[in-house]
Design a protein around this ligand. Structure first.
Ligand SMILES: *[C@@H]1O[C@H](CO)[C@@H](O)[C@H](O)[C@H]1NC(C)=O
Length: 331
């Protein structure tokens, strides 16, 4: 009898406390963050389709987020509908023409404009660009389509050379101190850019719009010793950009690249994901209801084992990829 009373009593206490707990947490953070990832055309997508490398999806999921794909060939209305649902935007790596009139660039720019406007209205909305994503952000902010330089940093993991401004970096202050030191002392940041990929300090200084918007957090050296900007972050906006690929350490395994898989590198990868997803918990964008959320999530698509070897010596960059049919042909 006493047991039963105790249980009832405990149940009442839980019922009283539950709304306080739930309410208290929801005041601080969005516990169901969703990140939008922009798809792009080109290899490994079949002709007429676009893709997202699954490593970006898994990387975000590892930090407690879910993913909504945003197709590069969507119209404005569909982009806006997704923007209302996502709590952060990831512009991934790859290769695309970064000029107006090219669909990938135009869609990326529209999303970035929506993110800038949201932040201007007091809505904390983070954007992260990786590799091509960083280049895309730089071109959008500078409106200079000949901004990028020639660097040879293909398959060239590198340490980060922190600048004087790194001391003010929100990203570095948010990462655990040992991860910040590891990034500086060990080549665990996976760099893989070449031919017209990369931003020099000279170009950064020649385009003052960049310096107004971004602080340079780190530089890195390519194979010939030339310095390129490896980490940028917004001065007044929660934007971060890395020329390096934090998603590859844990999720890409192609043997032809020297992706750092040490425990330090994996920890770094996870902590950068934790940082970005924590940023995304700071706004309350959400789907109208659970049915809309279901409809938009990437779970509607199956990743393909694109890294599978048909024979030895054949190497593909992405272990798994998602493919999306052209919008005009329907989904
Ligand atoms: C674009 O950036 C490059 C590299 O800094 C510079 O040489 C060029 O003058 C810039 N173009 C314009 C239109 O500002």
């Amino acid at each position: 009898m006493a047991m039963r009373k105790a249980k009832v009593f405990a149940g009442i206490i839980v019922l009283i406390l539950l709304p306080i707990v739930v309410h208290g947490i929801s005041n601080e953070a969005n516990l169901r963050p969703i990140i939008g990832i922009l798809s792009q055309p080109g290899d490994p997508a079949p002709e007429g389709e676009s893709y997202i490398a699954a490593s970006y999806v898994k990387w975000l999921e590892s930090a407690g987020a879910r993913v909504v794909p945003i197709f590069y060939d969507m119209d404005a209305q569909d982009i806006e509908r997704r923007f209302a649902v996502i709590n952060g935007l990831l512009l991934p790596g790859g290769g695309a023409t970064l000029e107006p009139g090219h669909r990938f660039y135009d869609t990326a720019r529209y999303l970035v404009e929506l993110a800038l406007k949201a932040n201007d209205n007091g809505d904390y909305f983070p954007v992260h660009g990786t590799c091509l994503g960083m280049e895309t952000l730089s071109v959008i902010i500078s409106s200079n389509y000949t901004l990028l330089g020639e660097f040879d940093a293909e398959d060239a993991p590198a340490p980060l050379l922190y600048t004087n401004e790194a001391a003010a970096s929100h990203l570095l202050r948010s990462l655990p101190p040992d991860v910040v030191t590891d990034l500086q002392n060990k080549p665990i940041a996976m760099e893989n850019h070449m031919n017209g990929g990369g931003l020099s300090m000279t170009a950064f200084l020649e385009n003052p719009a960049l310096g107004r918007f971004f602080r340079v957090v780190s530089l890195s050296l390519d194979k010939s010793g030339a310095a390129y900007i490896s980490t940028l972050e917004g001065r007044n906006y929660p934007f971060t950009a890395t020329q390096w690929h934090p998603e590859k350490n844990a999720y890409e395994w192609t043997p032809h690249l020297h992706i750092p898989h040490t425990t330090d590198a994996i920890r770094m990868s996870q902590e950068v994901a934790n940082f970005f997803v924590a940023e995304a918990r700071r706004n309350l964008h959400m789907a109208k209801n659970i049915i809309e959320e279901d409809e938009l999530l990437i779970y509607n698509f199956k990743p393909v084992f694109t890294g599978k070897h048909e024979h030895e010596g054949e190497e593909r960059d992405f272990e798994q990829s998602y493919f999306f049919k052209k919008i005009s042909r329907g989904l």
